[in-house]
Ligand binder design. Structure first.
Ligand code: UT7
Length: 337
């Protein structure tokens, strides 16, 4: 049987910074409020002509190079995004495959919002373990600034742009294998976090809150922040406890807890519930904000580039997002060298 190894990581962060001070000139907010309630100090914003695929390609080039896998041997590209270059089609994964010079691949996007990276990790693992694919490039890429309403202080303070990518490759060494990936969803909470317009019927759906049906033609994200916050803490904690118990792993065996970077208070609450030490928890929320499907790989890249992530170290990933969706994963870092 083939196992799936997490071989490499790469990320791209756009140049332009949008600080809390900048936002306080745009909406009724302040650096103090944003810092205290979210832990975010700044986020990066893509240039107007910089697409989600452009950012994803830059992250992917790094991940491919660091994996040592030749481009001709990559057989699948999966992208997690809620801000694709084009809604519906073509998929951002197909656009990126061509930009990367990968001409003989299976390529598709998935929509699982902030849980997207954990979902594509599970897809890569399943395809490799079944023997259908050998080298899968997974990319979380978001230009959330394109779907953010910069007049809504409840959301615009949270989101940023960026991309992260990883190579997941077949191995026969069990000690290199991704141990487990959990994914879950519950559409009962769909209205907590959504883009109510722009789809085939949502603007006319009786279940969509009237307050959310503003701006008939926009694809802006809207969120019931406080309710989302409470469900996030509960769900993230429960999922992590389950994956650790099922795999008989103690929380002190986790070298790096890499949660979705939505809000420092959510990360702290989950970390405390699991009795994790400060040095186990990876935090990038202050400098990148919430980059949805890109947030976990961007955070992994941060610890990689700063020399904190070493071969064989165990990561615990944990995510939560619109859908609602959630997921967690136990992943040893398994570079070739
Ligand atoms: O990534 C996917 C999942 N997403 C999340 O996990 C996000 C979850 N939610 C959150 O992170 C938090 O709920 C927010 C950061 C969005 C909001 O923080 P909160 O502590 O839940 O605030 P709140 O919505 O309960 O609002 C408290 C007060 C309200 O004023 P009143 O009614 O008490 O007078 C808001 O109008 O804060 C006000 N407020 C703001 N004030 C200054 C809301 N947004 C802002 C703002 N600046 N940006």
């Amino acid at each position: 049987m083939s196992y799936a190894a997490f071989r490499s990581i790469g990320a791209y962060v756009p140049e332009k910074i949008l600080s809390n001070e900048d936002l306080s000139t745009m909406v009724d907010t302040s650096d103090e409020w944003i810092t205290k309630r979210t832990g975010i100090k700044e986020r990066h914003i893509a240039a107007e002509t910089e697409f989600t695929s452009d950012m994803g390609v830059k992250a992917a080039e790094l991940a491919i190079e660091r994996s040592g896998v030749a481009k001709k041997d990559i057989d699948m590209v999966v992208c997690a995004t809620i801000s694709p270059d084009y809604f519906c089609m073509p998929s951002t994964a197909t656009i990126m495959s061509t930009k990367l010079g990968l001409n003989n691949v299976t390529a598709f996007d998935i929509s699982a919002a902030c849980t997207g990276f954990v979902y594509i990790l599970s897809i890569a693992k399943a395809f490799i373990e079944s023997g259908m694919k050998k080298n899968v490039l997974i990319i979380g890429a978001e230009k959330l600034s394109a779907i953010t309403d910069y007049t809504d202080r409840g959301t615009c303070i949270l989101f940023g742009d960026g991309a992260g990518a990883a190579m997941i490759c077949a191995t026969d060494k069990k000690e290199e294998a991704i141990i487990d990936v959990h994914t879950g969803a519950d559409g009962e909470y769909a209205d907590l976090l959504m883009t109510p317009n722009g789809g085939s019927g949502s603007a006319h759906d009786a279940k969509v809150d009237d307050a959310l049906k503003q701006e008939a033609n926009s694809c802006f994200m809207q969120m019931k922040g406080n309710e989302t916050f409470k469900v996030a803490v509960r769900t993230l904690t429960k999922d992590v406890v389950e994956i650790l118990n099922e795999n008989k792993i103690q929380s002190d065996e986790i070298k790096h807890f890499v949660p979705h970077q939505a809000n420092y208070r959510i990360i702290k609450a989950v970390g405390d519930a699991l009795k994790l030490k400060e040095e186990q928890v990876v935090l990038t929320v202050a400098k990148y904000g919430n980059t949805s499907g890109a947030s976990i790989p961007m955070a992994i890249n941060d610890i990689y580039e700063s020399g904190r992530l070493q071969k064989g170290e165990l990561m615990l990933l944990d995510a939560f997002g619109g859908g609602l969706t959630w997921g967690s994963a136990l992943v040893p870092f398994s570079p070739n060298k």
